[in-house]
Design a binder for this molecule. Sequence first.
Ligand SMILES: *Cc1c(COP(=O)(O)O)cnc(C)c1O
Length: 858
Amino acid sequence: MSGKLPEGYDNTRRVHGEGARPDTEADSLAFVPEIKPGPNIRRVGTTVEDFEQNLLSNLYFQRGTTIESASAGDAYHTLAVTLRDRLVDRYARTVAAHYETNPRFVYYLSAEYMLGRQLNQNLLYTGTEQWTREIAEARGLSMETLATLDVEPGLGNGGLGRLAACLLDSMATLDIPAVGYGIRYDYGIFKQTFQNGEQVERPDDWTFYGNPWEFAAPDDQHVVGFYGKTESANGDSMAGPRRWIPSETVRGEPSHMLVPGYGTQTVNIVRLWRARASRQSFDLARFGAGQYGEAVQHIALSESISKVLYPDDSTELGRELRLKQQYFLVSCSLRDIIRRFQFRNRDWDAFPDKVVIQLNDTHPVLAIPELMRLLVDEHQVDWDRAWSITQRTFAYTCHTLLPEALETWPVALMERLLPRHMEIIYLINHVFLRDLDMRHPGDLRLMRDLSLIQEEPERRVRMANLAVVGSHAVNGVAELHSRLLAETTLRDFASLWPEKFHNVTNGVTPRRFVRLANPRLSSLISAHLGGDGWLTDLDQLAGLEAFADDNAMRERWRDVKRLNKVDLAAYAARTTGVVLDPQAMCDVMIKRFHEYKRQLLKVLHVVTLYNRLRDDPAATVVPRTVVFAGKAAPGYRAAKLVMKLVNAVADTVNNDPRVAGALRVVFLPDYNVTRAELIVPSADLSEQISLAGKEASGTGNMKLALNGAVTIGTLDGANIEIRDRVGADNFFLFGYNAEQAMSARRSGYSARSFYDQDPELRAVLDAISGGVFSSGDRDAFASVVDSVLGWDEYLCLGDYRSYVDCQDTVERAWQDRERWTSMSIRNTARSGFFSSDRTVRDYCRGIWNVEPVRVPEE
Ligand SMILES: *Cc1c(COP(=O)(O)O)cnc(C)c1O
């Protein structure tokens, strides 16, 4: 018996057909790409006059309007496509160089990308910043207006998505052949506003006015199947080949955005998939009968797959749609990777020599059974050979230590949604457990813990286990994190395959987070280092060391901070009405709201300061502005209540004349990359206060240190490496270390005893529960106080005294302005290691084994 495959699904009939329009028999014309790179002089001029002509021509021909009738939006759009033209030319040469060289490519699979605004980046990367300024200003348009029209694609939640974007930037800058694959969500991360201090989420319709940066590629659609059944294709073995007859299909349509390198000709791409219903989905008859909703129902259902980014940061939602999203990303991307491989290669055994696929966390881990399925079922590679190819192709980055954040999916759901993949996972598991039993005969505990299937309380597929078994390399994202992974979360795998485990400490791109975000500091740095070579060789920042105690330098360094704070104050006044003092210490805690990150501990400190000032208005407190920013997952009640408390404390503090001039608290709504670029340059103090052993790495900590903020932090994530490099004298350390935190929790941590023994802490918690910040309402924050007084997983009260005392040390240090400035300069000078260029080099050497390909100038 043989089932009928959905139309367009069976790609096996065409040899090179994966790129063809799925509803035609036409093969892809792009099988051997015919590339004729080279500048079109009319579009990519080399003088300011040419550039202006390019703009005018695009305004006329692309936008279809004239200078007399153009809106600001027309101007923005025209500028964007004119910059894009310049990048297209480099992209064409990049493709040609890659085709010529046939190198090993890095394919980065990530469910999230936080790319940030593109306009300023592309002005910088094409060297047209100054021209544009001149042309715009001559016509009465400010660069700021143009920048605000540039919409940030918010296709991620936080650190993980931003890391993906930083790595793409660095790969292009280092001439690494790479493609990023992701999902083109219609709605990105929600827009955050506040009502009565509570977070309200609004949809982020980021392409409402169109996205001038992307190129659609409708001819590269792929058809993705779901549900249905499997049957044998020849013989009865589960090892295949077998046929999967999906009962539902959807098309994935790609578009790509260009990812230029800085100071090089390389332009890579990030390819984003969007779900499209098949062409027959619109129900004309129903529409004719006036059933407008029903007529488009099928389209809406199919397209819901790429409708929204799940705004959940770490814990898993048991949602079928999310699993569909994951498979959708993986299926489209692998077909695309195979299509690209086949441009120049025939032999499947060469696949791992030409392809390395990096899995950014477990969200894309279905790529492992999907590659097996494609090789075994669609390309007739036998199982063992396919498995060897698969393992050599994949590498996996783990981003968490929190066990609740390790993704699992119910077997029942997998069997229904992806029946063939479930068979493949079973078979992978069978072979893996059989080998395990040979190495460790009869060790049932080991078998149970390492199995890809969790049995209790419900049968579920463990995605991290699948990732580790199916990859040749597994890495954590900071030294402590990688060590703890190998000692705790993935301990048994690490003893089984020690050679698989790596550390690659995260990094951030200095182009975006120093040069673009902080032009004043960048000019000062370049003036002292004799050029801007540091932008691609961040270790050069060490040259600033020589000026750390230089009075003239310190004066100018402080000036930069002050002017940045003036900008931040203007923004805060405009958006929140809170007036900030640019002379005050700018103390920032900007990151997702999560209990482990301990925004609550920061609130306890703010209330401590507030109490001190109220009790004694003459208390010598250093004037301080506390800046909060960050979103909470919409369903995360505990985090949202802390957020409400922050707003309530801010309200009370900012309206109390007794503390005016000494303490201000502001919560800047809608934290995103653009907001980070605004806040980071003005920070004096960087709050990195997660409970030790909880934060995988952090990257906000790196952005802030690079911009001269001094860190107050725990020995957690990359804080440890920051402290090792900037020096203990230039870092404020407090709190439990990871071992102490673990043993405190094991040995019956008692929050009560801290409350009982510390009068200042008691006064803080009593103020919160007594209604000081809730107009006398004692219930409003009762559950927050209860959470820290009870069995608090994050040991807030255990670290309170150490934290508050450390903040007192911070204040004393701040009072010595010259010394503080030296500390600030040393933080920048010694943070060169935290460039994502270094991160990419580490991946290249330790895991990817890829070589750069130089793209020639025209
Ligand atoms: C850098 C960044 C993060 C990560 O911040 P952490 O402090 O490392 O958690 C999150 N969101 C945005 C918008 C960022 O730019």
